[in-house]
Design a protein around this ligand. Structure first.
Ligand code: ADP
Length: 293
């Protein structure tokens, strides 16, 4: 199974061009779509999930024309949106049963089995009778995954799933996602670089509606070998460094400010640094948006 997005563009009625000629080929496994807030990730996810129209371009999932054969897509799609509204006074078990019914699983015994299996998979079986409103953020996200998995989807879209989760919850959620990613296409849209580093074998970076980098995360990192340098400076010097160099990030280190810079050769007074995916991300973003963190 393969998802092929070609030359997809979308301008909203207020004039914001959210997608500019986006082309991506996505294979089975976990695909990370990384970009800052407002980059166009949700616009792209909602378009693939048949929830909104594009102005031009095409999206093909094997033989299915995604932009036209919406019913066909919905049968094989699992979608966990950014804002996942749940009915707080309904138990997880009842809610999943209801969603399975809506997805066309009419036989109640079959539904019961599917729901029990999913609750076990996402580790909510013991709390299946509790109202969803009493769940923690991480439990709600796992419930969201369970509902997205009903009907064995071939394409799963998860939009900003780890925002608001504590580290342990995030870890559990990552493990769950990577299990699922083995024989489906899972698109993980996020602004958190670490989510992609830990999980994805293929990725793209999107900024201001455009794909600015794509490929295997390790290869993208390798493209910065020998080009990232760091230096400890005093905070008031930061503006001057930003004016003189391509500063891609800054962080506090023992009361000083450590900057990371991209350059073609070793800079006087700087130290060579080992590049990581965050460097790739910030190098792409700062080159376009001009704001270093
Ligand atoms: P992301 O998911 O990466 O944060 P979005 O796709 O939500 O990005 O947004 C991309 C751009 O489109 C932003 O500038 C956003 O303000 C704008 N936008 C998103 N949805 C709408 C909409 N329904 N109407 C108008 N502008 C929108």
């Amino acid at each position: 199974m393969q998802l092929k997005i070609e030359n997809l563009s979308k301008t909203y009625s207020n004039g914001v061009q959210a997608l500019k000629d986006v082309s991506l080929t996505i294979n089975q496994g976990m695909f990370g779509l990384l970009g800052p807030n407002g980059a166009g990730k949700s616009s792209l996810m909602r378009t693939i999930a048949t929830l909104q129209e594009a102005d031009s371009g095409s999206v093909q999932l094997d033989t299915i024309d995604v932009l036209r054969q919406k019913e066909e897509v919905r049968k094989i799609l699992g979608y966990l949106p950014q804002e996942f509204g749940v009915y707080p006074r309904v138990s997880a078990e009842t809610m999943l049963d209801h969603i399975a019914d809506l997805k066309g699983i009419g036989n109640s015994r079959e539904r019961k089995e599917i729901v029990a299996g999913l609750l076990q998979k996402v580790n909510l079986y013991d709390v299946r009778k509790k109202n969803i409103g009493t769940y923690s953020g991480g439990m709600k996200q796992r419930f969201g995954i369970a509902q997205a998995l009903i009907g064995n989807p071939k394409l799963i879209i998860v939009d900003e799933p780890t925002a608001g989760l504590d580290p342990a919850e995030r870890n559990r959620f990552h493990n769950l996602l990577s299990e699922i990613g083995e024989n489906t296409i899972v698109i993980l849209s996020t602004h958190i670089v670490e989510d992609v580093t830990n999980l994805c074998s293929d990725m793209a970076i999107i900024c201001l509606g455009e794909v600015v980098a794509k490929g295997n995360p390790n290869e993208l990192v390798a493209s910065l070998n020998g080009k990232v340098f760091r230096k400890l400076i005093e905070k008031p010097e930061l503006d001057q460094y930003r004016a003189d160099y391509q500063v891609i990030s800054s962080s506090l280190k023992m009361g000083k400010t450590q900057i990371r810079v991209v350059a073609d050769e070793l800079l006087m007074g700087f130290e060579a640094a080992t590049p990581d995916l965050e460097d790739v991300y910030f190098a792409e973003i700062t080159a376009r948006q001009g704001l270093a963190v």
